[in-house]
Design a protein around this ligand. Structure first.
Ligand code: BGC
Length: 420
């Protein structure tokens, strides 16, 4: 492992200052000094054996429409050290991972010191390797005990979450680099209560969907307060799923309504936060009847989404405009078996991010989803988002060319544009 002293200390979110104003070198797009380069994962998608949460139950429910059990996932619960070493060896400066609430609080009010120590070791290993540990406190999964009494619909769910955050931050706070309270609170509502593809699998119930959105906003605010009153001083924010949403003629009002429900209510809830995390993958379309078909001229990813890397530019600009907060792209990537295509996609995405910087938008970092090929929720292990493969049977991590490419980008703090 290559320790780089000083990179991961606590303190404010590094302000990325564009060196030399907007002057750029020919053939390269240079990012600002202090720009953060990272990769992201989530506990349930990589750890394996998370048998005590709502997702495990959902994966094993024959009526859920999920295609696989998360099973052993990437066995990162045991192989986390390899993961951290990989991030350091690639030359990245940050690792975003999540805490599994159901391991830390397996029964209501009962906290596992062993689980807290486990995550403390991960944070310490990151700090030791000069990598910023970016800790997410909720990434889609909730403990079974909370699910049994209504999940995010339980009247005190935000308070339960804040109690967990308080306890975890008390144990880890001195080692946390940055904290993300909730991963994509907007997806929890839409997928769980409108699309019905995530637990609890409710379809098209607008009232319940709106109530869960409200609970998520309240949970975020309580969690920010909890994190700020614990030990350590680190930037705090939430991460939001965003898309470029295009409107065909007559679809403008519905597009605006979708942006309001899916994005704006959360962006407005970030007042006083240190950053907003933008997670974007694609473009969507709205017509007079609502969500419309993809543009047939645009190729699709393994997720069935439009291949639209320039969505990053749109989403970063929008999130900065609505929230007024510094922005970090906390997830971006593509599901593909073709790793050359991944490099092209990420290059175009970074070019689009760079256009925001030249406009003066306060963009502080960029994280690829994901370090590893992993458990893609209801779609199982089919979609390949990783810059590293995981060998079946041995769990061996095998960096793909995109991993080395991204490491070089991070070390150079620049991408080649192909022009000279
Ligand atoms: C989520 C990840 C997911 C990724 C790709 C994001 O919405 O945070 O958990 O794997 O998108 O679909």
């Amino acid at each position: 492992m290559r320790p780089r002293a000083g990179a991961a200390a606590q303190g404010p979110l590094p302000c990325a200052v564009m060196a030399n104003g907007h002057e750029q070198e020919p053939g390269r797009l240079v990012f600002p000094d202090g720009f953060t380069w990272g990769v992201a994962t989530a506990a349930h998608q990589i750890e394996g054996g998370n048998v005590n949460n709502d997702w495990w139950a959902w994966e094993h429910n024959p009526d859920s429409g999920t295609v696989a059990s998360s099973g052993d996932a990437c066995d990162s619960f045991h192989r986390w050290r390899e993961d951290v070493e990989l991030v350091a060896e690639l030359g990245l400066t940050a690792y975003r991972f999540s805490l599994e609430w159901s391991r830390i609080e397996p029964a209501e009010g009962e906290f596992s010191l062993a689980a807290l120590d486990h995550y403390r070791r991960i944070c310490a290993a990151c700090q030791g390797a000069g990598i910023v540990p970016v800790v997410t406190f909720h990434h889609f999964t909730s403990p079974s005990w909370l699910a049994a009494r209504g999940g995010w619909e339980a009247p005190d769910a935000p308070e339960c979450f804040a109690r967990f955050v308080t306890r975890a931050a008390a144990h880890l706070g001195d080692l946390i680099g940055w904290a993300c309270t909730i991963n994509e609170p907007n997806v929890v509502g839409v997928m769980g209560y409108f699309q019905g593809q995530y637990p609890p699998g409710v379809k098209e119930d607008f009232g319940r969907y709106a109530a869960v959105n409200e609970a998520m906003v309240r949970a975020h605010r309580l969690a920010v307060d909890a994190l700020r009153s614990g030990p350590g001083q680190y930037p705090v924010g939430l991460t939001l799923s965003m898309a470029e949403i295009a409107a065909a003629e007559g679809g403008e009002a519905l597009r605006d309504a979708a942006e309001e429900m899916m994005e704006n209510i959360f962006l407005r809830a970030t007042g006083g936060d240190d950053f907003v995390g933008v997670q974007c993958y694609t473009r969507m379309h709205f017509g007079p009847d609502g969500l419309a078909e993809n543009d047939p001229a645009v190729p699709l990813t393994q997720m069935g989404d439009e291949r639209w890397p320039q969505a990053v530019e749109h989403c970063v600009r929008r999130s900065a405009g609505v929230s007024g907060r510094p922005v970090v792209v906390t997830e971006n990537g593509i599901a593909t078996e073709d790793d050359t295509e991944r490099i092209s996609f990420l290059t175009e995405a970074l070019q689009s991010a760079h256009r925001c910087l030249t406009e003066g938008i306060d963009l502080r970092g960029y994280f690829v989803w994901s370090l590893l090929d992993n458990f893609e929720w209801h779609l199982g292990y089919g979609p390949k988002f990783g810059i590293c493969a995981v060998a079946p049977g041995t769990f061996e991590r095998r960096p793909k060319p995109s991993a080395h490419w991204f490491g070089q980008v991070a070390r150079a703090n620049a991408i080649r544009t192909g022009r000279s």
